[in-house]
Design a protein around this ligand. Structure first.
Ligand code: NAD
Length: 336
């Protein structure tokens, strides 16, 4: 079976997902596109999906009988309305992060999916599909004993002028929030944020860097450094300290040079290159599940928990170092 996919939002990631579905992956075809900026949908059709129909609204695309499954890759604030409409249509839905921009929005999606009675939504937390994180999880699960601490870092060389302090959580650390829960098979109970002095490369509305400290239900303490003006490169680090040993996330492959009396290897500078292969694996997983009329991988529940945790981290940014509790509702059995 070929899964007929519609894409809502044909900006950077929507176009890229359309390209990989039509040119790299198997079992699916892009048959429909929609974007509030019609020219963007037309450009995506020309470049990657010549047979696709363009729909004036996302809702019309969702309701089309010719569309079996939907990718929601529009701006974050518009995800909730589309995901709810896709669930109402009973179709599988891949939603880029964030699932919703508020915890209440995440809850509305979880409630709708639970009422439907079957998983339909996969959230675009692609790090769970990264070969390095998968190897790290195997080491955490079977080699280093019970995890006690995690030291992580998310560093970008620079960010646009409009990037402000809460975005370090909502846009940047959201990936650590999801992948570390998955890595440890644990839930967060509190968040604290510490600010060292700001980098001189930052500006008045962005306190950068910052350190987020998360405590888990099993008592693991996680520190995540978010440093989005680090200047030197795009660098993701993760070290798990267990009772018997330590496991580190591998760096991306890079040629090791001996040159000019120095040992050197390059560090990536563009975030798009860091998890490139994992986008292919996550979308193939979506296609395979959609062919069976369902979804797997990161769920609406994971998207909802990420939204609750993000809200707590943003509150912790404003609490002058005090811990903010993270209270999760009971997990519906659909997500066990
Ligand atoms: N998983 C990842 O690593 C990753 C990477 C990049 C982006 N994202 C997420 O993907 C989403 C899109 O990001 P992007 O970088 O492609 O942004 P973008 O601005 O390049 O593209 C977004 C597109 O959505 C369209 N759009 C906006 N509102 C719409 C609406 N109501 N209906 C239909 N189309 C609408 C815009 O016209 C634009 O073409 C964001 O939520 C972002 O956080 C995730």
């Amino acid at each position: 079976m070929t899964v007929r996919i519609g894409v809502i939002g044909t900006g950077a990631i929507g176009r890229d997902h359309a390209r990989r579905i039509n040119q790299v992956l198997g079992g699916a075809k892009i048959v429909a596109l929609s974007d509030v900026n019609r020219a963007s949908a037309e450009a995506a059709r020309k470049d990657f999906a010549p047979d696709a129909m363009i729909f004036e609204t996302g809702e019309a695309l969702i309701d089309s009988p010719g569309v079996d499954a939907v990718l929601v890759t529009s701006w974050g604030a518009t995800h909730e309305q589309y995901v709810l409409a896709v669930i109402a249509a009973g179709k599988p839905c891949f939603c880029e992060k964030p699932l919703a921009t508020t915890a209440e929005g995440g809850k509305r999606i979880v409630d709708a999916e639970v009422a439907h009675g079957k998983r339909l939504v996969q959230v675009g937390f692609m790090r769970r599909y990264d070969a390095g994180y998968i190897a790290l999880k195997q080491a955490v699960d079977s080699k280093i004993g019970a995890p006690i601490m995690v030291h992580a870092a998310h560093r970008n060389p620079a960010v646009p002028e409009q990037y402000v302090t809460p975005m370090a959580i909502h846009d940047t650390m959201i990936h650590e929030i999801d992948v570390l829960r998955w890595l440890l098979d644990d839930d967060y109970v509190s968040a604290r944020v510490l600010f060292p002095r700001s980098s001189t490369r930052s500006h008045a509305r962005l306190r950068d860097p910052q350190i987020v400290i998360l405590e888990t239900a099993k008592g693991t303490i996680i520190d995540v450094e978010i440093f989005v003006n680090c200047h030197y490169g795009y660098d993701i680090q993760c070290q798990v300290v267990g009772e018997d040993g330590i496991a580190n996330l591998p760096d991306p492959m890079a040629i090791s040079l001996r040159l000019d009396a120095k040992k050197q290897s390059e560090i990536l500078t563009d975030w798009k290159d860091r998890f490139l292969a994992s986008y292919d694996v996550e979308l193939q997983d979506f296609i395979n599940a959609a062919a069976k009329g369902t979804a797997s991988g990161p769920s609406s529940w994971d998207g909802y928990v990420a939204a609750i945790t993000s809200d707590a981290c943003v509150a912790a940014q404003e609490s002058e170092g005090a811990a903010i509790s993270i209270n999760l509702p009971d997990r519906p059995s659909l997500y066990n």
